[in-house]
Structure formats: C-alpha cells, structure tokens
Design a protein around this ligand. Structure first.
Ligand SMILES: Cc1ncc(C[n+]2csc(CCOP(=O)(O)OP(=O)(O)O)c2C)c(N)n1
Ligand SMILES: [Mg+2]
Length: 324
C-alpha cells in the first residue's frame, strides 16, 4: 500500500464507503415494502470505485453517473437526506421528487446526474470537460460507466473525441461482470476493457476495484495528468455487485452462492479494514464509531423521506425550463 493518506482522509474514505453500503442495504429493505416507486439499481459491492475516484475531486469537478448512481452521488457529496427523499419521490428530494433513483442530480455538487441511458455519461462528461478546458479552471470530468456501457458507440466516440481534443476526463469503467444478466465474457472480447484505450492512443489501466487504495492511486495519477493538460485516461475497476441488476431481479443467471462468496472474499469495506488495522493506521473502534454514526444518519434520512410531502400537481409546471 504505497498511498500515504493521513488519518482524516482514511476515516473519510471509510465513512464514504460505509455510507454507500448502509444506504444501499437500507434501500434494499425499504424497496421490498413497496413504498419506493420506480426502478432501483443498487451499488453495494462497488463502493471502493466511487470513493477512490471522487476523493480526488472538488466541487467544481463534474461527474456523470449511470442508472446505478447512488454511490457516485454519495461519494461526490450529495446530501443523503435529499437523495433518500428523491428515491421516495418526495418534494424535498434533490430533484423535487420528479427524478427518482435513476435521475438524481445535484449540479451544485458537480453531480450531473444519474442516467437511465446506458452509455450516455461519456459524451455528457466530454461537454463538461470541454467547458473546463475553455475556462482554463483546471476542472476535470469523470464519467462512470459499466462493462455493458463500454460497448456503446457513444462511449467509443467519447474516447476518441476526448483524445483528439485532449480533454481533462477520467473514464471510470466499472466492470462488475454483468450487463443486466449478460456476463462480461459474452460481450467484451478483450481480457480487459482498458485494453481498448490503446486503440485511441490513450493510457489505459485496470485495477482491483474492490481495493480502495488501488483505485485511489490509479485515479489520482490520471486526474493529476488531466488537470495538467495531459488528456484523458481509461481506468477500469474490476468489481462486483452484491444485489441483482435491479431490485426484484431473481438473479437466476448467477451461480448458487456466488454473492455470498463475493461478500466474504471481495468486500471492499472488509478489505479496507484489514489493510488499515494490520498496518496500525486505524483502529477497529474508530471504524465501529463511524458505523453507528452512519446507521443513525441513514435512519434519519429514511424517517424524513417517509414523512415528507409528495409533489403537487402544480409542481408539474416547474423546473421545465432553465434560465442560464
Ligand atoms: C441505450 C440503452 N440500451 C439498453 C438499456 C437497458 N439496460 C439498462 S441497464 C443495462 C445494462 C448495463 O450494464 P452495465 O453498463 O455493465 O452497468 P451495470 O448495470 O452493470 O452497472 C441495460 C442493457 C438502456 N437503459 N439504455
Ligand atoms: Mg456491469
């Protein structure tokens, strides 16, 4: 573990990953009650990716997310009360309850939006990065996208254009092994998604996406290069999802015991805890304290969301146009 993060940053990393895990485990339970409308795709298992990348970003930097966006939002600093309310479709939600899980956005935090269109994030972030480049403000853009999205034409065009224009972008491929029910071996012919970067003359790297430190280091290098005008990077993080593609997915395409095994062997939080305690960087007690604080914060977010009002009919006519 070459990274030398100070204690405050290590605690922040753990807190962010724990918030994502607890948020998702709770949404899983609450969704089953039938109170949450719409579709929900959970990010549990992939925490180290969003956290390891977003710890390098400031509020001016932009991220484009996916349909599996809760983890990206939390790692980019979106308020969890507003997120939970949005997921419940309530008026106090980050988008006034009009977006739901798959459209959470908070421009004030540089979170340009979850997105139901697979492969829509890469072109979107090229626009944000082009704006940063014109302004000369050293801002960067990160597009998170899945192994499935890595096959979309929009993604290839973005890799190409960003390289031609030397845009300050990090393409964060979250290879969780599945696009809905299709295993990655059935649709990606190369050993690594990052191998494709060479076709665009772009640096490409694959890391263990369950290892926070591996993601943090590789993302840090790429983002530093982007800020300095060195252009984009394709960073592939091999990771796992602990739930189905969407809530309600019977997961008949997964082997019996697969998720249980992943939770035992590839849990980013367990791996992080072992790494920091074995090196005497953090104590178990320090992390247990964070666990209780996070649990209380999620309890509060759910209670507030449940008690919040629904949007009204008049709300249909607001937020339709935006004035720049
Ligand atoms: C353009 C488009 N095609 C197909 C779909 C249907 N769809 C939704 S999620 C998904 C799979 C995405 O897989 P991946 O990119 O690996 O992301 P993951 O769900 O694994 O995070 C598909 C095909 C869609 N939403 N948009
Ligand atoms: Mg996938």
């Amino acid at each position: 573990m070459a990274t030398q993060l100070d204690k405050t940053n290590l605690l922040n990393a753990y807190r962010t990953m724990k918030q994502i895990r607890e948020f998702e485990e709770r949404v899983h339970v609450e969704f089953a009650t039938g109170d949450i409308p719409g579709f929900v795709h959970l990010y549990a298992g992939e925490e180290a990716v969003a956290t390891g990348v977003c710890m390098h970003l400031n509020q001016r930097d932009k991220i484009a997310s996916t349909h599996r966006g809760h983890g990206h939002c939390i790692a980019k600093g979106v308020d969890i009360d507003a997120m939970m309310a949005e997921i419940y479709g309530k008026r106090t939600g980050s988008c006034g309850g009009k977006g739901g899980s798959m459209h959470i956005a908070d421009i004030s935090k540089g979170m340009m939006g979850a997105n139901g269109i697979v492969g829509a994030g890469p072109p979107l972030i090229c626009g944000a990065a082009l704006a940063a480049k014109f302004k000369g403000d050293q801002g960067v853009g990160v597009a998170f996208f899945g192994d499935g999205a890595s096959n979309q034409g929009t993604t290839f065009e973005s890799l190409n254009l960003s390289m031609v224009w030397k845009l300050p972008v990090l393409f964060g491929a979250e290879n969780n092994g599945y696009a809905e029910s299709t295993g990655v071996k059935f649709n990606v012919p190369t050993a690594n998604i990052s191998d494709r970067a060479a076709g665009f003359g772009m640096p490409g790297i694959t890391v263990d996406g369950n290892d926070f430190f591996a993601v943090y280091e590789a993302a840090g290098e790429a983002i530093k290069r982007a800020r300095a005008g060195g252009g984009p990077t394709l960073l592939e993080c091999k990771t796992n999802r602990f739930f189905g593609h969407f809530e309600g997915d019977a997961m008949t395409y997964r082997a019996k015991g697969e998720v249980k095994d992943l939770r035992e062997r590839c849990d980013a939080l367990k791996i992080f805890s072992t790494q920091v305690t074995s090196r005497g960087l953090l104590s178990q007690e320090e992390m247990t304290t964070i666990d209780s604080e996070v649990k209380a914060a999620i309890d509060k977010a759910v209670a507030l969301a449940k008690a919040a009002p629904n949007p009204t009919a008049a709300d249909l006519l607001t937020d339709v146009y935006i004035a720049y």
